[in-house]
Structures are given as C-alpha cells and as structure tokens.
Ligand binder design. Structure first.
Ligand code: SAH
Length: 214
C-alpha cells in the first residue's frame, strides 16, 4: 500500500473513532508522520499505534494525538505550551493549528532531532527549550492552551497557574503502570472546571533533567 493510501485509511479510522474536527484531520493529513518515526518502524507510520522513539520514550498513537488536539481546541490566535516534545510530531500538528507553539523537552538529544524536523518541514512558529516542563515556561506565560504529553501523578499546579483566563489544558493524570485519566481543565471565572476525556497510557512526567543533558 502506498503512503497516500495508508494515510487515507488512517483518516477514515480517526473519523470513525469520533474525530470530527476537519482542521485537525487535515493537519494529520499534511504532516508526514514518517518523518517522526524511527527507521525500523517506518512501515507502521500510518498505523494507529504507539511507537518507541528511544530513551524509553514513546510517540503516541495518531488517535490519541488527534483526540488531544481536538480537545485542546486551538485556532490561529492561540499561544500554546507543550510539555514533552519527544519526536516533535504533536508539536508539528499543533503548529499548523495555532499562532505560536512553545515546547519543552528534558532530553536534549530528542529535542535536537525534533528541531531538525521542524526546520526541514519549515515549521517556523515553534519555539523550543530543554528543561523540566513541570515548571512550565514562566517567561512566556500565560498561555491560552497547555498540552502535557507525559503523565503527571497529580494535576501540575505550576502549569495551571500559567493558564490564561478561559484557557484550556489537556493532561494525562495518574500513576504509572496503569491507566491514566486524560483530563481537560478549563480556567473559568470561578475556578477550574475538570472533565475526563478518556483513559490513556503515557510515559511519566519526570522531574529534573537526565544526567546526560549537561
Ligand atoms: N509529544 C511527543 C511524545 C511525548 S513522549 C511526540 O509527539 O513525539 C513524552 C515526552 O515527555 C518524552 O520525550 C519525555 O522525555 C518528555 N518528558 C517527560 N518528563 C518531562 C519533563 N518533566 N519535562 C519535559 N519533558 C518531559
């Protein structure tokens, strides 16, 4: 099957799974997922699967990326913070759907590879940084949208603080080794509204930087 045919099959699967936002679907159609997938998994680029990306990390399945992107609800005015750049695939999708994307990754090597992909694909509205994403990006706060692509044990209070009024955060919350709840938090005038979107499995949000990051 050609890449184009695999892509169409994936888009149909996503539609059946309830992804109705045409902007999200068209971003998934336009961003080449194969450019973010390791050599040995190229054939699986358009399968709805989680894939290993090295350093014990994973690239989420397209259905999870689509669901989180749709739930975030971005448009050309939004300023988005992503925690956990990984391959940069989720960032690339979002960059087509927002004004500017800020993304933080604790592994310098992963971030370097992601940055090369952004340049190659001419995604110029992405700003990157190596760091502990649990701290957010105070110099750039507040954000209208925040997406966390690693599982936090509890709702990260520091990130909630960096959410603008009316802002939305999508974050998987729960312990490792089991299912986590994918939450959508909305900052409303009288507090934070919380919705459970799905049950997911993400690698953990880890505090601090790895020893190889120096
Ligand atoms: N969004 C990525 C996949 C994320 S996998 C993609 O589209 O490919 C989770 C990522 O979060 C990993 O790369 C991991 O290194 C990173 N991560 C985990 N804890 C972190 C932290 N505290 N700060 C920044 N990045 C973190």
């Amino acid at each position: 099957m050609t890449i184009a045919a695999r892509k169409i099959r994936l888009i149909m699967q996503l539609r059946r799974a309830g992804i109705a936002d045409t902007a999200v679907l068209s971003a998934i159609e336009r961003i080449p997922r194969e450019a973010f997938v390791p050599e040995s998994f190229q054939d699986q680029s358009y399968e709805d699967m989680t894939l290993p990306i090295g350093r014990g990390q994973t690239l989420s399945a397209p259905s999870v990326v689509a669901l989180m992107t749709q739930a975030l609800g971005t448009d050309r005015r939004t300023k988005v913070l992503e925690i956990g750049t990984g391959t940069g695939y989720q960032a690339a999708i979002l960059s087509r759907l927002c004004r500017r994307l800020y993304t933080v990754e604790r592994h310098r090597e992963l971030l370097g590879e992601a940055e090369r992909r952004f340049l190659k694909l001419r995604l110029y509205n992405i700003t990157t940084r190596v760091g502990d994403g649990a701290r957010g990006w105070p110099e750039q706060a507040p954000f209208t949208r925040i997406i966390v692509t690693a599982a936090a044990e509890t709702v990260p209070a520091t990130l909630v603080e960096q959410l603008a009024p009316g802002g939305v955060m999508v974050v998987p919350v729960g312990r490792q080794g089991g299912d986590q709840a994918l939450l959508r938090l909305t900052r409303e005038a009288d507090g934070i509204r919380e919705e459970i979107l799905d049950s997911v499995r993400f690698v953990p949000l880890v505090a601090g930087l790895p020893s190889d990051a120096a």
